[in-house]
Every structure is written in structure tokens, then in C-alpha cells.
Design a protein around this ligand. Structure first.
Ligand SMILES: Cc1cc2nc3c(=O)[nH]c(=O)nc-3n(C[C@H](O)[C@H](O)[C@H](O)COP(=O)(O)OP(=O)(O)OC[C@H]3O[C@@H](n4cnc5c(N)ncnc54)[C@H](O)[C@@H]3O)c2cc1C
Length: 475
């Protein structure tokens, strides 16, 4: 019987005989998929359609014991390993060619203790799953703005969204995590146990092990919350963005406003004549008392002559999914990202110039307002380093037709390069593409050396190398 052709850690091909593979499958509570298994194509498909890889095996884990077995198997055979949870990451490291994918996508339990304000979350859950369970009690973890994103990858990179200025990054609400290390041990990492590992997984991605459960502190939120969009014509974008930056400078922590420049989608509250034309969208959420939110947002809402203003009380879970229709899986995506301390006129002009030449109606430029609680945690308290960023700007290249790859990618790179002189040099690891390995050190700044030492302690052979990779320290 022919064996399975696998890739090893040094990316050479090796063959594992079918009986060895069958023995692994027999020991799992979950499922082992090979290229001829039903469900294989679904299991290897991730959010970004640019990524089309064919792993030799996919272990769909049912629990931490399966994860440890898969890790042990990979160690024994020196296999190239990819780790998948939500499968949302732009870089596509959740799936590999020829190696072993350890998939947590099937581990979806969530347990909430509402009186203790705690949630225990398995890694296969999306942000929407987490909101669904926690909002039943009027509680929430600060996460991201697209409900289909995986909680695992988002948390391990840092995690921020509508609640972060009030309640901090996702990692700032992480109380503990269960981690299967490259040696196959299951350890509990918290401020008291394996504190070094706990520091590293709060921003250091999947470099040190596979997280099989997250324990989060929860915060009272909603369930109704003042939120919505203000849409301005593109000709007023410069003036509105200049006002936006002044407004952000004194905004309370409860208030978060992001700015999106793109072609207007056919939203029902926009006049038809506006559909498909360039617009500036301000998306806002006030995480607190409704009347205080109305007061805080009033100056922004009265500035200029918006085409539409649909800010009103909404279900928090609804607003968490508001951008989902623009971020569906299956499109081709290429992103670039920078951190900024301020939005200078020069930067605004650069961005607006490129918005005039958007290469596809699905492309957009996104300004995320940071600051508030995210910036009050000391920079060395977690592996997520660049807490000084007041804004993160993403160039979201997104299109459907592969023949447009070169044109759309070139547009993203040119805008990224033109904006670089105004940026801090820092970057959020979760927004980096696969080709940006040279930026990993910048992403961790002064924490990189400590992370490299931690990598040497937990993963000296770099088994977990398909990520924004931290190299084990030398010596
Ligand atoms: C449309 C869209 C919107 C987004 N919006 C936001 C946002 O608002 N805020 C924000 O902070 N981020 C945002 N992100 C980025 C997001 O945080 C990352 O894409 C994140 O990696 C997604 O996690 P995942 O579990 O879905 O990813 P996956 O692709 O499954 O995993 C990404 C990587 O994380 C590691 N990993 C995954 N699971 C584990 C695990 N259990 N243990 C160890 N390592 C693991 C692996 O290295 C893997 O390659 C967004 C991304 C997209 C595509």
C-alpha cells in the first residue's frame, strides 16, 4: 500500500506508510482527513481565497488529547505543521502544502459563569459564537469587528475592536489558557503558572504551543448599544478626516470611531445614486450609557453634510456583525498595515489620493482608532508591544478575479510605501501577510529578544514555524 507523501520541518519530502497513519487515526477522538477523505477540501479551505494548499493530513481535533497526539506524531516524524482555528488569517499560515494541519475548528464549546464574569472558550469558536454566549448575560470580551473571525488567532495576536478603548485588547481580558507545547505536554498558563508562556501567548501568536482553551474575564456590555454609521461624500473626506482626528484626540474611552474609505456598497439607507461612488464612512460605537453616548457623538454627527447618519441603539451582536457582508469568505485578499501616532495632513492626502484610484470596488482603506485602555497597559507587560499606536491603518486589497492579482497587490504596496514615512514602524502581527517575515522583529520591537529566548525554551526546533515566526534564540 502506498504511503502518504509528507513535508518535514526542513521542508523535504518524506513518506509515511499507511499503517502508521491508520494507527494515528485510531487513537483520535476526532477525525483524520487525507486527500481522498470526504470533507478534505472543506477542511483545507480558509477565508482568503488566495491560499489554496493541499496538506497531506488534517487532524480535526475533538479535544486537547487529540492535539497532544497530533503534536507527538508531528514531532516523531519531524513534520511541517500548520495550526488552524478560525482560518481567517490573511497570511494563510493555517494551512500548508504537504504537511500536517492540526485543526481546532471542531473544538467549539463555550462555558460562561455570569456571576463570576468568566468565559471558557475553545479555539474553534468565532467572535460571533463568543458574543452569542456572553451577550445572553449582557457580558462581552473585547474582540474584533468581523464576527466570523476566529477567537484563537485574534487573541494570540492581541485582538482589538469596538470595545478595546474601554476594556483593552482581547489579551488584556485573558485570564489563563491551556496550551499543548511542542513536547506534547498540556500546561496551564496564567499570571501564576508558566507566567513566561502566559506573557508570550499574549501577542506572540502560535509560536510557543497550541492553545486548547482560553479563560476570559467578561465586561458588562449592552445588549443594546449606541452605534452605527455616518456616510460622507468623498469630496468632503479631507475636511471630515481633519475634524475626525481632532475629535478622536479628546474622545472618551467609551467611544470608538473608525474611518473607512471605499466605494459605497448598495446599503438600503444610501440613495441609489451614491452606490458605487467613493465615500467616507465613520463607524462608531459608544460602550456605555446611551444618553452620554448621544452627547459624546453629537459634534461628530453635526459636522459637514453627511449623506446618511444611521447611528441609533442597536443590539451589540448586530453591530459586531455589521461589516460581515463586506468581509465574506472566498474573495482574494491582500493587506498592508501600519501603526500611526497621528494622522498628518500629508498622510490624509496620500490615502485620499489612492482612494481615487481604488483598483476594485471591494478594496478599502480602514483607519482604526486605538488609544484609551489599550495604551495604558505597559508596553512590556505582554508580547503585544506597540501600545503607543493611536491609529492603525489597513490597506484592504480585495477582489474576485485572479487575473487582477498583480494590479490590486501593486496598488496596496504602493499606498503602503507612500504612507510609510508617516508611520511608527510598528505593526500588528495579525494584519501581516505571509511574505512579511522581515517585519516580525519590528512587530515585536524591544520584546523580540525576550520572545526569541522563550521560543528557544518552548520550541527549540521551531516546530511551530508557520506563523509570523519568532526564531529560537541562538546559543
Ligand atoms: C476580515 C477580517 C477582519 C479582521 N478584523 C480584525 C479586528 O477587528 N481586530 C483584530 O484584532 N484582528 C482582526 N483581524 C485579524 C485576525 O485577528 C487574524 O486574522 C486572526 O489570526 C484570525 O484568527 P483565526 O483563528 O481565524 O485564524 P487562523 O487562520 O485559524 O490562525 C491564524 C494563525 O494563528 C495561529 N493559531 C490559530 N489558532 C491557534 C491555536 N489554537 N493555538 C496556537 N496557535 C494558533 C496559527 O499560527 C495560525 O496560522 C481580521 C481579519 C480578517 C480576515
Amino acid at each position: 500500500m502506498a504511503g502518504l507523501s509528507m513535508k518535514t520541518l526542513d521542508r523535504k519530502n518524506t513518506t509515511i506508510d499507511r499503517s502508521t497513519v491508520a494507527a494515528l487515526a485510531a487513537g483520535l477522538r476526532g477525525t483524520l482527513l487525507t486527500p481522498d477523505s470526504p470533507g478534505y477540501d472543506e477542511a483545507r479551505t480558509i477565508w482568503n481565497a488566495m491560499i489554496d494548499r493541499r496538506p497531506a493530513m488534517i487532524v480535526e481535533c475533538a479535544g486537547a488529547a487529540d492535539v497532544a497526539r497530533a503534536v507527538g506524531f508531528a514531532r516523531e516524524h519531524r513534520l511541517l505543521v500548520a495550526v488552524r482555528s478560525g482560518g481567517h488569517n490573511i497570511a494563510g499560515n493555517a494551512v500548508c502544502d504537504g504537511g500536517l494541519v492540526i485543526s481546532l475548528a471542531t473544538m467549539k464549546s463555550i462555558r460562561v459563569n455570569s456571576s463570576a464574569r468568566r468565559a471558557w472558550v475553545e479555539p474553534g469558536n468565532t467572535l460571533g459564537d463568543v458574543d452569542n454566549e456572553t451577550q445572553a448575560y449582557g457580558l462581552a470580551v473585547p474582540t474584533g469587528i468581523n464576527s466570523t473571525t476566529g477567537i484563537a488567532g485574534l487573541t494570540l495576536g492581541g485582538g482589538f475592536g469596538w470595545l478595546s478603548r474601554k476594556h483593552g485588547l482581547t489579551i488584556d481580558s485573558l485570564v489563563s489558557a491551556d496550551v499543548v507545547t511542542p513536547s506534547g505536554d498540556l500546561v496551564h498558563a496564567s499570571a501564576k503558572e508558566h507566567a513566561d508562556l502566559f506573557w508570550g501567548i499574549r501577542g506572540g501568536g502560535g509560536n510557543f504551543g497550541i492553545v486548547t482553551a482560553f479563560e476570559f474575564a467578561l465586561h458588562p456590555v449592552g445588549p443594546e448599544i449606541l452605534s452605527g454609521l455616518i456616510v460622507h461624500p468623498f469630496k468632503e473626506a479631507r475636511a471630515v478626516l481633519q475634524y475626525y482626528r481632532e475629535f478622536c484626540a479628546t474622545a472618551p474611552d467609551e467611544l470608538t470611531v473608525w474611518a473607512v474609505m471605499r466605494k459605497a456598497p448598495p446599503l438600503p439607507f444610501l440613495p441609489e445614486a451614491v452606490h458605487g461612488t467613493a465615500v467616507l464612512i465613520l463607524a462608531a460605537l459608544y460602550a456605555g450609557d446611551m444618553a452620554a453616548g448621544e452627547k459624546a457623538l453629537a459634534p461628530l454627527r453635526s459636522f459637514g453634510t453627511p449623506i446618511a447618519d444611521v447611528i441609533s441603539p442597536h443590539q451589540f451582536t448586530g453591530f459586531q456583525a455589521a461589516f460581515d457582508p463586506l468581509l465574506t469568505p472566498g474573495a482574494r485578499n491582500y493587506w498592508k498595515s501600519h501603526d500611526f501616532l497621528a494622522l498628518s495632513d500629508e498622510l490624509l492626502d496620500t490615502m485620499l489620493g489612492y482612494v481615487e484610484t481604488l483598483p476594485d470596488p471591494q478594496c478599502e482603506v480602514f483607519i482604526a482608532q486605538m488609544g484609551g485602555a489599550t495604551n495604558r497597559v505597559p508596553a512590556d507587560a505582554t508580547a503585544y508591544r506597540h501600545r503607543d499606536a493611536e491609529f492603525i491603518v489597513n490597506v484592504h486589497g480585495r477582489w474576485s478575479d485572479a487575473s487582477q492579482d498583480a494590479r490590486c497587490i501593486a496598488w496596496c504596496r504602493e499606498l503602503f510605501d507612500a504612507a510609510a514615512p508617516h508611520a511608527t514602524g510598528g505593526v500588528y502581527v495579525n494584519f501581516m501577510t505571509e511574505e512579511e517575515s522581515q517585519r516580525v522583529e519590528s512587530a515585536y520591537g524591544a520584546s523580540y529578544a525576550r520572545l526569541a529566548k522563550l521560543k528557544k525554551t518552548y520550541d527549540p526546533s521551531n516546530m511551530f514555524q508557520l506563523n509570523q515566526n519568532i526564531r529560537p534564540a541562538a546559543g
